[in-house]
Design a binder for this molecule. Structure first.
Ligand code: IVH
Length: 695
């Protein structure tokens, strides 16, 4: 008996460890990489299993168990600040009876009459905004719940978040929390663009929102179409009796608050709200994944308080991922610009999460076999934790007598070359890289795309230029004549001039983008940038051996081999030479980051006003090899203080023993070490500046 018990406990410990490891890994994929591999439902089931085991064996609960803390989205690239109030998650359930239990508990604990506020649960990424004197002061992500990433600059590029509040009567300082999300339309547009550029598409709007919020270049954020809805006001001595009043006031100050909330008196009102939105949400232009039920009176919220992870005054009822059943009409086999052949299902149109779905990915032939899918079958489509939408199953009970087993083609549907499948690759490829028309056109379209050479032209132009035999490789674009362009259908002087101007302007495109534009398999935008940064010019990159390539951060074997294979082809080297002759940039400039190394190894935090703008000061720091940081920490070398410095930063620098310097001393410091103490973007006043202005 004793023996048996021992075995049991060990098994339970083992399972608990497995669950914790799996939850930690899935949390990392969700929060840090914005690319989950399991659905929310599957994740919640792992958490439930762990919570149940820990409940039965409280002695096995550890403080670092994921049941005791929220997942973390902290990233190295951002400064971090502590949350004034911990940023917690919500207890959630898929079960109406647990919502009833929540309401009963609140009734029993409070023993008096009160109301609930029911709201949509927006499916995005949590944000905490601080407004000081009516101005947006700081935006932090949830982070690990205690400390968040400072994404203020990015949030300033989200159009419905006001930089300044309207009206009067707002507290001198308060926080307001909410969700940043990407409406379906913006999401579809972004993924189309990413697929075209052969970037990994985002799995769902939520990941697209969190990935976009953490873009390193804040200006990029404005193109992403993010939106925000705010749902929780916090602060000291706020003049509100209820949550509803606080939201009403926030809306009056111009803050984006949802008008879909309802005050309910009891569980039947809550149920009605849930049932209504379970259907009505499908017509919303953005994703929601449930309903949040909150005790409305702030005094009662306070009375109920918090557990380590959740408020006791609120709960989330989650909807299961939406599925739709529809008929598979046919399968297309599409050739991408790298030759990958993807089976795409044509479906009888069906409404799913706000959009009509007509096509869904079947990924590859293994997936088709695993599903045992037949043309004419009724299939389930879902927008889940993967590229969207996907076919998740076949309804075998509805399989008719004349369904047909699909046959994956053996030859390229475009050029007829036999397809190949490399070891470890799930996809089939057309190996006729430089001769398959779809691949050639796909490569040209990629070459001119916005993140590559940014030439203003569409797929139709490329089609025409290719069909007329004017353009076969990107270099041909640069020898197009006005006469040739005027021979294209519908082209006039103006369109030809615009296209030629745009081609001309593309000659200034930075090396990293040019490298991306070449369309080397597996070399996406980020990889191209890091290659450009590392090798500085194309000749050094082309001469690099496998080992050298592997020594570059983030370059693994697959990418290294693909680069080697690309440059091993004489036609590709020739193409690079032709593009060089056409005037494209194949080396990295001495950007402002590299004009001097006078401040190398030093990290500066700046505060207050200077004789030039703060941005210019920041450029001087990075231009002379130093690092900018927005918060004072043990890693700060100097606090550079101008007029009216922030008292908090001064205090913190003082307490950490960090030297505080003024603008004059700062300029001296650069000059002493031979750096450039003048305005980096200003008029050329010395050799360095002249060199910069050339680019
Ligand atoms: S209230 C103390 N209201 O869902 C917790 N959260 O799964 C206050 N969310 O962390 C949160 N819509 O990021 C609240 N109307 C809503 C919400 C909402 C979405 C998010 C939020 C929260 C998560 C919990």
């Amino acid at each position: 008996m004793l023996e048996l018990h021992k075995v049991d406990i060990n098994d339970i410990k083992k399972r608990i460890n497995e669950l914790r490891a799996s939850i930690a890994e899935n949390n990392r994929r969700y929060y840090v990489e914005s690319a989950p591999v399991i659905s929310d439902y599957e994740f919640d089931m792992l958490m439930n299993e762990l919570a149940a085991l820990e409940k039965a064996h409280p002695e096995l609960v550890t403080p670092d168990s994921p049941t005791q803390k929220v997942g973390s989205d902290l990233r190295r690239e951002f400064d971090q600040y502590p949350h004034r109030y911990p940023m917690l998650s919500l207890g959630n359930t898929y079960d109406m009876s647990e919502v009833e239990a929540f309401a009963d508990r609140a009734v029993r604990s409070l023993g008096t009459s009160f109301t609930f506020c029911c709201e949509l649960k927006f499916d995005g990424t949590a944000i905490c905004l601080t407004y000081r004197d009516g101005k947006l002061f700081r935006a932090l992500t949830r982070g690990d719940g205690t400390v968040g990433d400072d994404v203020t600059e990015n949030v300033r590029h989200i159009s419905n978040i006001p930089q300044e509040l309207h009206g009067t009567g707002f507290p001198a300082e308060f926080e307001i929390r909410g969700e940043i999300y990407m409406p379906y339309k913006a999401f579809d547009r972004l993924n189309e663009e990413r697929l075209r550029d052969e970037d990994q598409p985002f799995a769902n709007p939520r990941n697209a929102a969190s990935g976009s919020l953490k873009l390193i270049n804040p200006r990029e954020v404005s193109h992403r179409g993010l939106e925000c809805t705010l749902y929780h006001v916090l602060g000291e001595n706020l003049p509100f009796a209820t949550h509803e009043e606080a939201l009403e006031a926030a809306a009056g100050w111009g803050l984006p608050v949802s008008d879909k909330r309802r005050i309910c008196r009891d569980i039947s009102g809550i149920e009605e709200y849930i049932n209504y939105w379970d259907t009505a949400r499908k017509a919303l232009p953005f994703a929601t994944d449930g309903i949040v039920i909150k005790v409305n009176e702030l005094a009662y919220q306070k009375e109920l308080g918090y557990t380590a992870k959740f408020p006791r005054w609120a709960v989330a009822y989650k909807f299961k991922a939406e599925q739709a059943l529809t008929r598979l009409l046919s399968i297309d086999y599409q050739v991408g610009r790298t030759g990958a052949v993807t089976p795409v299902a044509n479906l009888e149109p069906v409404l799913l999460s706000g959009t009509t779905v007509k096509r869904a990915s079947l990924h590859n032939s293994d997936q088709m076999q695993a599903l045992d899918i037949r043309i004419g079958d009724y299939v389930y489509v879902e927008k889940g934790g993967e590229i969207i939408p996907k076919i998740t199953g076949v309804e075998l009970s509805r399989r008719g007598p004349d369904t047909e087993i699909p046959v994956f083609p053996e030859k390229c549907p475009d050029c007829g070359t036999p397809l190949v499948r490399d070891e470890g690759e799930a996809r089939f490829f057309c190996p006729n890289t430089d001769g398959c028309p779809t691949q050639i056109k796909g490569k040209l379209v990629h070459f001119i795309s916005r993140k590559a050479m940014n030439v203003i032209a569409g797929d139709a132009t490329i089609d025409q230029l290719f069909n007329l035999g004017y353009v076969k490789t990107p270099a041909d674009l640069y020898s197009l004549t006005r006469e040739q362009l005027l021979s294209l259908e519908g082209w006039k002087d103006r369109s030809a001039a615009r296209f030629l101007d745009s081609l001309d302007a593309s000659r200034k495109t930075e090396f990293g983008h040019v490298l991306f534009a070449l369309g080397i398999r597996y070399v996406g935008e980020t990889t191209a940038k890091s290659l450009a940064h590392h090798f500085k010019d194309i000749d050094t990159l082309m001469a690099a051996d496998r080992e050298t390539l592997l020594s570059v951060e983030d370059i693994g074997e697959v990418i290294a081999d693909s680069i080697l294979e690309y440059f091993s082809k004489p036609a590709h080297r020739e193409e690079v030479e032709r593009l060089k002759k056409a005037g494209l940039r194949f080396s990295e400039d001495q950007g402002p980051e590299t004009i001097s190394s006078a401040l190398e190894g030093l990290t500066f935090v700046i505060t207050g006003n200077f004789s030039i703008s703060r941005d210019e000061i920041k450029k001087m720091i990075s231009g002379n090899g130093g690092k900018n940081s927005s918060s004072v920490s043990g890693r700060t070398s100097y606090l550079l203080a101008g007029e009216k410095p922030g008292p908090e930063k001064i205090r913190k620098a003082g307490s950490l023993g960090i030297e505080i310097i003024g603008e004059d001393r700062f300029r001296e410091m650069i000059s002493e070490k031979g750096g450039q103490a003048g305005n980096i973007d200003g008029n050329p006043s010395d050799d360095n500046a002249v060199q910069l202005s050339l680019f």
